[in-house]
Design a protein around this ligand. Structure first.
Ligand code: SF4
Ligand code: FES
Length: 317
């Protein structure tokens, strides 16, 4: 595979040809990585919907070093040799990101105090970093009834930001998809076509990929705030999926089971509904140890690490 060199926020990186700017930034890591609310590396076709990952291409390539005229979506723009990309160092990008957050929040209710996703919501984190304190939107937000999708999943369409991740998940990893996007523009909504239950082995994964609290686990709803729980990595010998999960514990009670996520907050391996919904006893699992949560999240606040303190130097007389 040919390699391509480019610069992102003044840091040089070499990546495979065809890599997107976002994935090149992820290879550098740290706070220069643009946020992504719709792109999901394991879902084909995802990205290009939310615009939170916009960056400035200050030089297109070494052959044609002209800047790109508009900000581009880093999740769907491939890198070029000699490209210069600006993210956090460009005030125009940061300013635009503020507007995107404001736009996403036009219809998204600020119900974090009662939302199960609080503490692990990408939009909540994004708003803290880039949001405005007040809204300028004077009209009524669009509202929908909360509906059950089967007996395990709840859909709060009010909170949906139309990222399409759940649609791609249902399309690509489950059989006989029955849910998708209906209608156009402001009227778009996630629907299960006449509210049919999603009923197949991997449908619960739509909960994990949802960046907000639009799709939640009915077996966990209102049981606890996530930051009061104790996340532990565990596995079991599962005939259907990898069986590698995170158990969210309260004492010896398993309040929730979900797939393990990487530091980009993406599922590492999708899990089946039996592991997710039906194995809620400690004897079902082999515990590996505490889950390392290094994401930007309130959950990581209780994971205290001891500071490295220099030993006082001995004074020689
Ligand atoms: S329900 Fe969640 S995952 Fe599905 S489109 Fe809406 S925000 Fe995205
Ligand atoms: S993550 Fe790039 S447009 Fe949504």
């Amino acid at each position: 595979m040919n390699k391509v060199k480019l610069t992102i926020d003044n840091i040089e990186v070499e990546v495979d040809e065809g890599t997107t700017i976002l994935n090149a930034a992820r290879q550098i890591g740290g706070n220069i990585v643009p946020p992504a609310m719709c792109y999901y590396s394991s879902l084909k076709g995802s990205g290009g919907k939310c615009r939170t990952c916009l960056v400035k291409v200050a030089a297109g390539s070494s052959k044609d070093p002209r800047p790109m005229p508009k900000l581009v979506a880093s999740c769907s723009t491939p890198v070029q040799e000699g490209m210069i990309v600006e993210n956090t160092v460009n005030p125009e990008v940061l300013d635009t990101r503020k507007s995107i957050v404001e736009f996403l929040l036009i219809n998204h209710p600020l119900d974090c105090p009662v939302c199960d996703q609080a503490g692990e919501c990408d939009l909540q984190n994004l708003s803290y970093e880039h949001g405005l304190e007040q809204t300028r939107f004077e009209f009524e937000k669009r509202t929908f009834d909360v509906i059950d999708i089967g007996d395990k999943i709840k859909l709060h369409m009010n909170r949906c930001i139309m990222c399409y991740r759940c649609v791609y998940t249902a399309n690509q990893i489950t059989d006989g998809r029955v849910h998708g996007v209906m209608n156009r523009g402001d009227h778009s909504e996630i629907s299960t076509y006449i509210e049919q239950a999603i009923d197949n082995d991997f449908s619960g994964n739509v909960i994990d990929v949802c960046p907000v609290g639009a799709l939640t686990d009915r077996t966990f709803r209102f049981k606890s705030r996530v930051w009061f729980t104790n996340p532990q990595n565990a596995h079991r010998d599962c005939p259907t999926c990898c069986g590698k999960v995170v158990l969210w514990l309260s004492g010896d009670d398993i309040l929730r089971v979900n797939a393990r996520k990487n530091h980009d907050n993406e599922v590492e391996e999708f899990i089946c509904n039996t592991c997710r919904f039906d194995k809620k006893s400690l004897s079902d699992w082999e515990i590996e140890g505490p889950t390392d949560i290094d994401r930007h999240s309130v959950i990581s606040q209780n994971h205290y690490e001891l500071p490295v303190i220099d030993q006082p130097k001995k004074l020689t007389p």
